[in-house]
Design a protein around this ligand. Structure first.
Ligand code: RIB
Length: 290
């Protein structure tokens, strides 16, 4: 079983032809409501690939919380350890999509009440996992607590450092794999990507959007090629990469094989609107890999 410890959101998605500049008002084409949150998205990606999945997170007791929970259950994800927190809203992401690109503001709500104390109460569940997957839409002290447990019990972890402003230097040693996108990698580790990757061989795997992904294997830089796709909505592509990377690693694939699998999976996810809609089945990924 793979455990995701992370956020559960409702995504309010506005589609527009023109991304507004600061101080500008522009007209949108549509408003859609999707289930999202980096934690939930990564859990959905893992489960769609046929792997037993549980999510540890927090929701409000509001309508959004009910929608999010029932959608996770429909995706076959174990939600017994999603904490229901009264008097606080479920996490919400306000997303503007324009020309298949996006800008996101997340209001964490209940996600920020997933405290280290709550994690202690579900430690037994965490230590049963084959792998634990984390992002940074929950409190950093909670991420740290989970990483410390996993380290103690030798459970491999993937930390997707998004949003990056909550990243802590201590996470670098604690996590098995860290998967920033290019912009996050440069902001967190500096402009020189080659040097950065060489400092963290087989740990730092950088996603490059429509350019694929790359990492350093201790001897050489490895590039994972992208697929030519007609992107409709890139929201959740990184989450699909992370979930799929986790599944492939737990199957015993090498980092390179796992990154290729994850990249193919992410390329499928951008072909549909919404973070979770386009997340593929295992068979679909195999077909894309060819
Ligand atoms: O990575 C995409 C996700 O980021 C969205 O689903 C949104 O909820 C934000 O958390």
């Amino acid at each position: 079983m793979i455990t995701v410890v992370g956020s559960i959101n409702i995504d309010l998605v506005v589609q527009t032809d023109h991304m507004p500049e600061q101080g500008e008002t522009t007209l949108g084409n549509s408003l859609s409501i999707f289930t999202g949150g980096k934690g939930a998205n990564q859990a959905v990606s893992i489960s769609r690939l046929g792997k037993e999945t549980q999510i540890i997170g927090a929701c409000g007791t509001d309508e959004y919380g009910k929608i999010a929970l029932s959608s996770l259950k429909k995706e076959n994800i174990k939600t017994d350890h999603v904490f229901l927190v009264p008097d606080v809203s479920t996490g919400v992401a306000s997303i503007i999509v324009s020309n298949s690109d996006n800008r996101i503001i997340v209001v964490p709500g209940a996600n920020y009440l997933l405290t280290p104390e709550k994690i202690s109460s579900v430690k037994d569940e965490i230590v049963k996992s084959e792998m634990v997957v984390l992002q940074l839409e929950i409190p950093p002290e909670t991420v740290q607590a989970v990483l410390e447990i996993c380290n103690e019990y030798h459970i491999p972890t993937i930390l997707n450092p998004a949003p990056m402003d909550k990243f802590r230097k201590e996470f670098i040693d604690l996590a098995t794999y860290i998967t920033p996108n290019e912009m996050e990698c440069i902001s967190l580790f500096g402009e020189n990507m080659e040097e950065t990757l060489e400092q963290y061989p087989n740990k730092l795997v950088v996603t490059l959007g429509d350019q694929g992904a790359r990492y350093y294997d201790g001897e050489k830089h490895v590039y994972i090629n992208s697929y030519p796709v007609k992107a409709v909505d890139t929201t959740g592509a990184g989450d699909t990469f992370n979930g799929s990377f986790a599944v492939a690693l737990t199957e015993g694939k090498t980092i390179e094989e796992a990154a290729r699998f994850a990249n193919a999976s992410a390329s499928l996810s951008v072909e549909k609107k919404g973070a979770q809609t386009g997340m593929p089945s295992y068979e679909m990924v195999l077909n894309r890999l060819g």
